[in-house]
Design a protein around this ligand. Structure first.
Ligand code: FE
Length: 210
C-alpha cells in the first residue's frame, strides 16, 4: 500500500521543494502519508490518487507569516496538476488531486468534496496536533520570533489571545479546537486522542511555570 507513495516520491524527487522549514519538510509529508494510509485503511479511498495528493500537498511553500499564505494550497494544486499532467496522468485524476490539494488547508476556505480530499485534510491536520503538533507549534513560533508565553498571564485569563506574539496562545486559539472540524470518522477519532495529549501538555506546562 505504501509503494504508490514512495515510488512517486522517487520519481518526483527533483520537483519537491527543499526549504529550510522543519515543520513543512519531507518528514512532514511522510507523516501525513502515514496518517492518510491509516485513515484510508478504515475509510477506503483511491490510494494512488491519495499518495499523489499527499506527496504534492505542500509543493509550493509559503511562510506562515507571508501575505500569500491563503494562496498556498491553490498554488500547490496548480503546480501539482502541471507536474502530473506532464507525466501523462489522466485529466480526471489530475483534477481530483488538484481539488484535494486546493481544499486541504484552513486558509483556503474551500470544502473538501471527495473522500480523498477529506482524508488529505484530516491527515495533514493530525500532524498539527498531538506530540508532533506541540513540537511543530514551538518550532514555528521560533521561526516567527514569538515568545513561549505571556509572562504575566500565560493562560490569557485577562487578555485577548495573541498567537503571533505567544506560542502557548496558539493552543487555545487553534490547536485545541482543531479536532472539531475533522472530515472522516477515523480522522476524528485519532484527532480526539491527540487533543488529549495537547490538553495534558498545556495543563502541565502552566503548572510548571506557576
Ligand atoms: Fe502539510
Amino acid at each position: 500500500m505504501s509503494d504508490a507513495f514512495f515510488a512517486l516520491e522517487t520519481e518526483l524527487a527533483a520537483e519537491l521543494p527543499v526549504g529550510d522549514d522543519g515543520a513543512h519538510d519531507m518528514a512532514h509529508v511522510r507523516r501525513v502519508w502515514a496518517n492518510a494510509r491509516r485513515i484510508a485503511q478504515r475509510e477506503g479511498g483511491d490510494i494512488g490518487l491519495l499518495a499523489a495528493a499527499v506527496l504534492l500537498h505542500d509543493c509550493v511553500h509559503v511562510e506562515k507569516s507571508s501575505s500569500l499564505r491563503s494562496q498556498a494550497s491553490r498554488l500547490a494544486a496548480e503546480r501539482a496538476a502541471a507536474l502530473l499532467a506532464a507525466r501523462g496522468w489522466a485529466a480526471e485524476r489530475v483534477a481530483a488531486i488538484a481539488h484535494a490539494i486546493a481544499a486541504h488547508s484552513f486558509s483556503a476556505g474551500l470544502t473538501p468534496e471527495t473522500l480523498e480530499a477529506k482524508i488529505l485534510q484530516d491527515a495533514d491536520r493530525l500532524d498539527a496536533i498531538g506530540y508532533i503538533g506541540i513540537a511543530r507549534c514551538f518550532y514555528t513560533a521560533g521561526r516567527m520570533g514569538s515568545a513561549l508565553y505571556h509572562p504575566a498571564d500565560p493562560s490569557a485569563a485577562h487578555r485577548p489571545l495573541d498567537d503571533r506574539a505567544y506560542a502557548l496562545d496558539h493552543f487555545r486559539a487553534k490547536l485545541l479546537k482543531l479536532a472539531d472540524g475533522f472530515q472522516t470518522a477515523t480522522g476524528a477519532r485519532l484527532a480526539a486522542e491527540r487533543t488529549r495529549a495537547l490538553a495534558e501538555f498545556v495543563g502541565a506546562f502552566e503548572a510548571e511555570i506557576g
